[in-house]
Ligand binder design. Sequence first.
Ligand code: ATP
Length: 309
Amino acid sequence: MIETANLSKHFGLIRAVDGIDLNVREGEVLALLGPNGAGKTTTVRMLAAILRPTAGWARIAGLDTVREARQVRRIVGLLTEAPGLYSRMRALEYLDFFGQLHRLSPAQRTIRSEHLLRRFDLWDARYQRLGEYSKGMRQKLALVRAMLHDPLVLFLDEPTSAMDPYSARQVREAILELRREKRTIILCTHNLGEAETLADRIAIIRRGRIAALGSVPELKRRLLGDPLFELRLGTSLDGLLPLLEDLVQLREYGDNWVRYTTQTPEMVNPRLMQRLIEHGAPVITLSEVPRNLEEVYLRIVNEVQSDAA
Ligand code: ATP
């Protein structure tokens, strides 16, 4: 659904985006992560056909974002970081205006606006001027505007950054629902938990390039190594370590616990349990030690810092 090759944007000497190759399939949610100034917003603006690449190309549903920019804009929705709202307009008028730009019929405009305003709890504020909206309300309205024409592809640049926890959850639920409806979504976010919950794959961007791309389990394995397990016994480990050594790589241990890694936990862990039971060792717990996306992210970002040093 989204395809790019060597997609690049230079502003004078600044290489904001520097050769991005991407393939996002229909119904996929891809999260773009990366430090401030890494090039996420610039990438999204090129994909949404509102910024022309310096080099390379992008296609949305097979349409070229430069030569077929108009058609692209018709099938994509964009929520930008700092949505420019028309402060004197009221929410309904505002949506009606954008509905007209998208060539929706009056009936479609009324139905879609009401449905979406209700869904994001803005219906009661439909006659309020946008200048009087709070930051979070503005962001929700910008999302409503991005969804108004029921686009196939949505670019959401930090969609929950100004929202209270309840509203942020509403937006996350909306994103999951859109994914079930096979909409394709690119989500720029600094909220790693949000990326981990919502995204099928994650691309970490640094200095305008993709530094890492994959699903969360893939990235964890690639950057943090094999999964780590912790075994706790109801007795001392004395004399039992040799039972484990030929099956797993021991990392650290105490009197009654051990942490180890293995490439093939689905084969190794049952064998290991069987051995311990045969030796009468009381196993209290065997669990994977959770490693979060933050560790992966920081590793990539720290590489940047050491590259720059
Ligand atoms: P953030 O996480 O802070 O939103 P980002 O990853 O979205 O950052 P971009 O906004 O894409 O980053 O910016 C990438 C780089 O391009 C930055 O160095 C920025 O200063 C530069 N840049 C972006 N837009 C312009 C512009 N219109 N003119 C000149 N430089 C620009």
